[in-house]
Ligand binder design. Structure first.
Ligand SMILES: [Zn+2]
Length: 311
């Protein structure tokens, strides 16, 4: 087997296991239970799940979606989360492998490689957390802080590491900027240094996090003023902050845009079918998470396309 195939197979298996752990988080975090320790139990009969009935994907199929003891139905959500996570890891591994082997004739390949790999890791992590949050908000209308605030911290640490690996002079902001593009591809600028590259990267990410949260808070306040009730919770605000921490400002705006449109379409559809009225609470966080996934996958591409339309 070739090395690249082996890596893809391993990433799929690791994804299945991480998906299995995500199921534990989804079941326990909204109830405030610990995710470490304690064997999984059947929700109907309370019997401990045997290890061989706890194999991701396979056990659910072999048991035909029923508990071995009490024959109660096991939700399709378990294998769905495992499969989705495995596919996400598979996709991330193939992109990571491509960027790890990045070569370039006119730039410093080591710098580019590090920067690309760190971005890929951010996309992998935010996607994993978003799959969990999407299901949790849909089922329980809660977005646990351990995922949203924890993710925000993780994303911020990752951008700090990224800032340490910038090329000399990369990202610097100068007053009276005169830029000569040199052969290394990075701008060599002259003029008074305003802030250094690492400072610019870290500060702009801090601004993105607070900006994204503030944007959603403004939405929240205006909605409340217009409709005299809460349209969303603080969990949604922290969720958008987390997306910004991992991906930056524009992807967070894209996530908000897509999430809001998707939620509106869903609400209209449900009202038309008579399954919801104007007071039904929507799992807005789930739609934001869908927008976040889209931004993580196609964000840079979509934003370039949109900028191209405006030009
Ligand atoms: Zn049972």
């Amino acid at each position: 087997m070739e090395l690249s195939t082996l890596i893809l197979v391993c990433s799929f298996v690791i994804g299945l296991l991480m998906g299995s752990f995500l199921n534990v988080c989804i079941a326990r975090l909204p109830k405030g239970e610990s995710v470490i320790g304690g064997r999984s139990r059947c929700l109907s009969c309370g019997k401990t799940v045997r290890w061989y009935d706890n194999i991701p994907l396979l056990s659910w199929m072999l048991l035909r979606a029923r508990c071995r003891d009490c024959k109660a139905a096991i939700s399709w959500r378990y294998p769905a989360v495992e499969l989705a996570t495995a596919l996400w890891f598979l996709r991330s591994a193939s992109i990571l492998w491509r960027d790890w082997n990045f070569t370039c004739d006119f730039c410093n390949p080591y710098q580019m490689q590090t920067s690309l790999v760190l971005q890929d890791l951010a996309v992998l992590m935010v996607g994993y957390l978003l799959i969990g949050l999407m299901v949790m908000d849909w089922q329980t209308h809660t977005l646990p802080d351990s995922f949203t605030i924890g993710g925000m911290v993780l994303g911020f640490v990752l951008i700090c590491v990224h800032a340490m690996y910038l090329a000399p002079g990369e990202g610097e902001i100068h007053l009276h900027r005169k830029v000569n593009l040199n052969s290394a591809g990075a701008g060599r600028s002259t003029g008074d240094l305003f802030i250094t590259g690492p400072e610019a990267v870290v500060l702009s990410r801090v601004a993105a996090i607070f900006g994204a949260m503030l944007l959603l808070l403004v939405f929240h306040w205006s909605y409340k003023a217009l409709r005299k009730r809460d349209g969303m919770g603080m969990g949604d605000v922290k969720l958008l902050g987390m997306i910004a921490a991992f991906l930056g400002w524009w992807p967070a705006v894209l996530a908000l845009f897509v999430g809001t449109i998707a939620a509106t379409v869903y609400a209209i559809f449900q009202m038309a079918r008579g399954k919801a009225d104007r007071l039904t609470e929507l799992p807005y966080g789930s739609f934001l998470a869908v927008g976040g996934m889209l931004a993580a996958m196609a964000g840079p591409m979509l934003i370039h396309w949109y900028a191209g339309l405006l030009r």
